[in-house]
Design a protein around this ligand. Structure first.
Ligand code: F6P
Length: 324
């Protein structure tokens, strides 16, 4: 059956570039003669039937905006089959032929669950600052978050150097160290702690003490919030206990989620979203549209949310060499 009407939503943690992805879904679909309805507040709005008709002008002037004009949510009810059943009633009542979800891991899990219950196609557009979705090298929002965190680290470097201080910077990444690894390498951090590497506290202490002995007067350690010791404050206390270095901590938090998307994120958003619509028109279903080594990919929803994406360990090794 030809697709005449697509619904689109943004869900989970907002990410810079979600609006660019929405714009691309709406305009690419309309260009191909397909109607688009927006779902407000992610899966919560899907369960409530909170739909809005999207036109070419509905997505005017949003390409450069952070956040998401459709709003987002984390929805516990959608994790239940009763919740998803309620959503299906609204999708069918609204004569929706396919659904596109823009979001990260939780969103993709929800999409995989829904597509096992609904007879119509569901497609994913990968968007999370964490970059932890399997099957795509990048997710929308990651590049902006890295640049935001890097700017903060550069500023913190000034103050750390002025006071000869040890500074711990906590970046987001609940289960993944992609933001910490890239900002740590790009910011010349003396230490990087990520969830993918355990037992690294001893190594960190050794590096910091050795640096002091060589005359290094200030240091920056980037800590992914999901590291095994439990965030930057916990790591800093451990380091103080072991080697007696005084410290300051800066938790960047949600500042990393906001702001105007970089050119890289706008381009990724535009391409991934258009690929998702095109894949639907080509008869695909149940996939996430992303890229691997610059080439478009379609990864099954379940695989994308259940398999672990590896961080590039060579970058970690390089960061250690370069920061000595
Ligand atoms: O969406 C990813 C993320 O930003 C994680 O890095 C972070 O742990 C989490 O969301 C925070 O979620 P919330 O905004 O719901 O507190």
């Amino acid at each position: 059956m030809a697709i005449q009407r697509i619904a689109v939503l943004t869900s989970g943690g907002d990410a810079p570039g979600m609006n660019a992805a929405l714009r691309a879904v709406v305009r690419y679909a309309i260009y191909h003669g397909v109607e688009v309805v927006g779902v407000r507040r992610g899966y919560a709005g899907l369960i409530a039937g909170d739909f809005v008709q999207m036109h070419l002008t509905s997505v005017s002037g949003i390409l450069h905006l952070g956040g998401t004009i459709l709003k987002s949510s984390r929805c516990e009810e959608f994790k239940t089959s009763e919740g998803r059943q309620r959503a299906i009633v609204h999708l069918d009542r609204g004569q929706v032929d396919a659904l596109i979800v823009i979001g990260g891991n939780g969103t993709t899990t929800g999409a995989a669950d829904l597509s096992e219950m609904w007879d119509k196609p569901v497609m994913g557009v990968p968007s999370t600052i964490d970059n932890d979705l399997y099957g795509t090298d990048y997710t929308i929002g990651f590049d902006t978050a890295v640049n935001t965190a890097l700017e903060a680290i550069d500023r913190l470097r000034d103050t750390a150097a002025s006071h000869d201080r040890l500074l711990f910077v906590e970046v987001m990444g609940r289960d993944a160290g992609f933001i910490a690894l890239l900002t740590g390498l790009a910011g010349g951090a003396e230490g990087i702690l990520i969830p993918e590497i355990s037992g690294d506290l001893d190594g960190l202490c050794e590096t910091l003490v050795a640096g002091r002995r060589r005359g290094k007067q200030s240091s920056i350690v980037v800590v992914a919030e999901g590291n095994e010791t439990g965030g930057a404050f916990a790591v800093a206390e451990q380091v103080k206990k072991r080697v007696g270095l005084d410290y300051r901590v800066c938790v960047l938090g949600h500042v990393q989620r906001g702001g105007s998307p970089t050119a890289v994120d706008r381009l990724r958003a535009s391409r991934y979203a258009a690929w998702a619509v095109q894949a639907l028109l080509d008869g695909e279903r149940g996939k996430v549209a992303g890229e691997v080594k610059g080439e478009p990919t379609l990864t099954p929803l379940r695989e994308a949310c259940s398999r672990k994406k590896d961080v590039d360990m060579s970058l970690y090794a390089l960061a250690r060499i370069l920061s000595s």
